[in-house]
Design a protein around this ligand. Structure first.
Ligand SMILES: [Zn+2]
Length: 365
């Protein structure tokens, strides 16, 4: 098994300015990691097995016994309602006891994963991606690697006041592949595909994309999304099992549960994914501004993405089915925040962008 940490930088333990943060949130009980990573298949299989078995056992019962059961269920309606109420109260307690306030946005967040668990999930992914990309990993001495590492370091260094940045050991891996893609794992492992460089106009643009991806990690979006998905699956377990009890044929059962799951995804998960994208855009813009990057490149990038794709209109029509907001929505959201980002840039003592452009053009002429 390949285990390679590529270009580890900004190691928190070496930082002299590391400060102790006040531990204000109460200690929460730790739920097993598998609950978060495997909840979807676990819930789907459980509801199938449970529902089908109940149905099978029911069908085998003689009619008079079925009638007796129905009578007794009717007589004990109150008890069923009471147990339903207590299950609901238990879920509500589980929800409320895992509420945190995001220190960056101030938003109420439902997170049951501990930072350690998120790191472990990220590290498992890291090893897997490295294994899959073996042979196409750009060496650390390559000029392309060095340039991206310079941008990534600038972002991390400028934002080291955030505990979510200085408490992590960051790594950068550049993969030689045509995908227009970059992402960061919750463990702090940055991945950039060389295809992104072909789409980006200069390293400031790569920087704004990286800032967005780092923002997802800073905001703990993976932890929040996994918690939310697992919780929803837990809540949906009862109606899903009942579906399997009432539907007489497996074929119809599979189609119905597929439909039920798709509707649940569209109604409950997709709007949240899009919300997280816009939040990462906002925070990413601030991270980029503090690193003195040309923040104006952010809306430009999304504008380019929408004109690069065939049928921008179609993209918009499909927004409600996509995990990402339409590029136009993102572009407009970013444009409305550029002025503030430029103010942050100025406050951080960054070089004025018009002057920067002049010196750059002088350098290139
Ligand atoms: Zn994103």
């Amino acid at each position: 098994m390949m285990k390679k940490i590529v270009g580890s930088f900004l190691t928190s333990s070496k930082m002299a300015y590391k400060v102790r943060t006040l531990q204000t949130s109460q200690k929460r009980e730790k739920l097993p990691t598998i609950l978060f990573t495997m909840m979807k298949p676990i819930a789907r299989i459980t509801s199938y097995v449970l529902g089908r078995n109940v149905r099978g056992a029911w069908q085998k019962l003689p009619q008079d016994q079925q009638r007796t059961y129905i009578e007794s269920m009717k007589a004990n309606r109150g008890k069923f309602l009471l147990s339903g109420f207590f299950s609901g109260a238990g879920l509500y307690y589980l929800y409320e006891s895992h509420i945190q306030y995001c220190p960056i946005t101030g938003r109420r967040k439902f997170v049951a994963l501990t930072p350690d668990q998120a790191r472990m999930i990220g590290e498992a992914n890291f090893t897997q991606i490295l294994e899959e990309a073996e042979g196409s990993i750009v060496p650390e001495t390559d000029p392309v690697y060095l340039q991206i590492s310079k941008v990534a370091n600038a972002i991390l260094h400028a934002n080291r006041d955030l505990s979510q940045i200085y408490e992590k050991t960051w790594t950068l891996t550049v993969i030689d592949a045509p995908d227009v893609n970059a992402f960061v794992l919750p463990s702090g492992n940055i991945f950039v595909y060389t295809g992104l460089l072909q789409t980006c106009d200069g390293y400031d643009e790569v920087g704004v994309v990286l800032s967005h991806e780092i923002a997802h990690v800073v905001l703990g979006h993976v932890e929040e999304k996994l918690t939310r998905t697992s919780f929803l699956q837990m809540v949906l377990l009862v109606p899903m099992s009942l579906l399997w009890v009432w539907i007489p044929h497996d074929g119809i059962g599979f189609v119905t549960t597929w439909f039920f799951n798709s509707v649940a995804d569209i109604m409950l998960e997709l709007p949240f994914s899009r919300f997280m994208e816009l939040e990462a855009d906002d925070v990413g813009l601030t991270l980029a501004a503090k690193a003195c990057l040309d923040v104006r490149k952010a809306p430009q990038f999304w504008n380019k993405m929408s004109s690069n794709r065939d049928g921008a209109l179609q993209n918009e029509a499909l927004e409600f089915l996509s995990t990402h907001p339409a590029d136009k929505t993102r572009q407009e959201n970013l444009e409305s925040k550029i002025e503030n980002a430029l103010k942050i840039r100025a406050e951080c003592g960054c070089e004025d962008l018009t002057r920067k452009a002049k010196t750059n053009s002088k350098r290139s002429s």
